[in-house]
Design a protein around this ligand. Structure first.
Ligand SMILES: [Fe+2]
Length: 249
């Protein structure tokens, strides 16, 4: 799965850009006639396990509410000294997980082929984006409070159930009016326009992935630009495969 057309199917490009783009959120349920089962394999507990098991030799790990005081542990900022937080051992990180803390993996798009392919496909219509993965070990793991993001956001649901609250207000206002609430499951897609307030809560152990993009420079319906963003060809996951190794063994 590597195109924006397929991601939002059965919605058309025309519908998306004229009715929703930058203005209005929408949900496409996996059971709306098009099975989006591929989302279940996009990020799995195996991917998560493989990544987090390499701690502390990993990038970007964040642990939400690690101190029960709503503070966020950011591994990279601790490593660089920007955050004055303790450097946790692997056992401590494991205990946070066992105690129900949500883990966030920002900029995870190069962790597997599926993630980088879908980002790359959507970038035909948007600027250079990235993937953040949200993993929660149990129901009611604390996540982010209501907030607004500065990118076009597509939420892909991989495992478990996530409750979403969408607010009417956009950045610059206060999130006051609840527009809609959804319980989203694997294969469901949620689009959140730039700046719209939203909140996510885990209802079960869950994995969800946000792929998010700035708009292309001066993009407008009148002068619409298309084109791939410049990703290095070396992201190709087949690049380092040793074709000879099979025949030799
Ligand atoms: Fe967000």
């Amino acid at each position: 799965m590597d195109s924006f057309e397929e991601l939002i199917y059965p919605m058309t490009m025309q519908e998306f850009f004229t009715q929703y783009w930058g203005k209005e959120h929408f949900v496409l349920k996996s059971n709306c006639g098009v099975c989006k089962d591929w989302m279940k394999n996009l990020y799995t507990w195996d991917h998560f396990n493989q990544y987090v098991n390499q701690y502390p030799d990993i990038k970007n790990l964040q642990i939400l509410n690690y101190d029960d005081n709503d503070d966020r542990f950011c591994l990279d900022k601790v490593k660089s000294g920007k955050l004055n937080q303790p450097f946790f051992t692997k056992k401590q990180v494991y205990d946070f997980w066992k105690n129900g803390k949500s883990f966030v993996i920002p900029m995870a798009e190069y962790q597997n082929e599926g993630l980088v392919n879908i980002c790359s496909g959507v970038e035909n219509y948007f600027g250079r984006g990235c993937a953040n993965v949200y993993c929660s070990p149990q129901p009611n793991s604390r996540s982010f409070p209501p907030h607004a993001d500065s990118t076009e956001n597509f939420l892909l649901h991989n495992y478990g159930k996530t409750k979403w609250t969408m607010y009417k207000e956009f950045k610059g206002e206060k999130p006051r009016t609840i527009l809609a609430e959804y319980e989203l499951e694997p294969g469901d897609l949620l689009y959140i326009p730039i700046g719209q307030y939203h909140k996510a809560e885990s209802m079960t152990p869950r994995i969800s992935t946000s792929i998010h993009f700035p708009n292309k420079k001066n993009q407008s319906l009148k002068h619409f630009k298309l084109g791939k963003e410049n990703r290095s060809p070396y992201y190709n996951f087949k690049y380092f495969l040793n074709e000879d190794s099979d025949s030799k063994s």
